[in-house]
Design a protein. Structure first.
Length: 79
């Protein structure tokens, strides 16, 4: 799956500090506009071609966007 092309269910980012790209991917997966009703996959630490970016992926680097996701999700209501 890592080597597959990016799609509405697969997204890659080189580093955990790319908060905008991560946030956009999470929103797209949550919206599920195509109606797949399947999970999306976000690969952190991968180049666009699926090769490893060799960037550090540490828990402390993901804290800012995890906090943003929690905040955003707390304001959602099912429709």
């Amino acid at each position: 799956m890592l080597k597959d092309i990016e799609s509405d269910q697969v997204e890659r980012t080189r580093a955990a500090k790319d908060e905008d790209k991560i946030g956009q991917a999470i929103c797209a997966f949550a919206n599920d506009l195509p109606g797949h009703r399947k999970p999306g996959y976000l690969f952190i630490g991968a180049n666009d071609d699926g090769t490893p970016s060799h960037a550090a992926v540490e828990d402390r680097l993901s804290r800012p966007w995890r906090r943003s996701v929690r905040t955003a999700m707390s304001s959602l209501s099912p429709s």
